[in-house]
Design a protein. Structure first.
Length: 159
């Protein structure tokens, strides 16, 4: 992806059941299966199903370039508690141009708009690029706040 292409990327809230959303989510799960040391089994992971990623319970952002999906990120809302960031993924061809940072910033804006005082997330040690992104965006490592079996790091950022 070139600089020109980057300027053409559109990010918006979509229904998690539409084709571009399903493509991103399936690509996300496939990559976890490849990168995690022991693979990835969705049935063992903490849920973030379609209902949880649909307003008012949550939302799913999808980034597209020329109508093709190139990234996603989701939020689960918990009333006045921190919102959870889920399903962050950027297509391999779109990496290195700031799309992950852009998705993260947009998720933070959405969390603020929905009254969340903070955002939190968990990640696996094999996702080193994601860990670096979260730290550089001001996320602080915190004690585990859930029992996600694939998580090695838990992060939070006050909004």
């Amino acid at each position: 992806m070139s600089e020109v292409d980057r300027s053409l990327v559109r990010v918006g809230v979509v229904d998690p059941r539409v084709a571009v959303a399903q493509y991103c989510l399936e690509s996300y799960f496939a990559e976890l299966g490849e990168r995690f040391e022991a693979g990835f089994d969705r049935s063992r992971s903490i849920s973030a199903d379609n209902a949880e990623l649909t307003p008012p319970a949550g939302l799913l952002l999808v980034a597209t370039l020329h109508s093709e999906p190139v990234g996603c990120g989701a939020l689960k809302f918990h009333g006045n508690e921190p919102a959870e960031i889920k399903r962050m993924w950027v297509a391999p061809d779109a990496r290195g141009l700031g799309l992950g940072r852009r998705l993260l910033a947009e998720l933070e804006r959405e969390a603020i708009a929905h009254g969340a005082p903070a955002v939190r997330l968990e990640t696996n040690r094999s996702l080193t690029e994601a860990i670096a992104l979260y730290r550089s965006a001001g996320y602080e490592e915190v004690p585990a706040f859930n029992a996600e079996p694939y998580a090695d790091h838990w992060f939070e950022k006050q909004l």
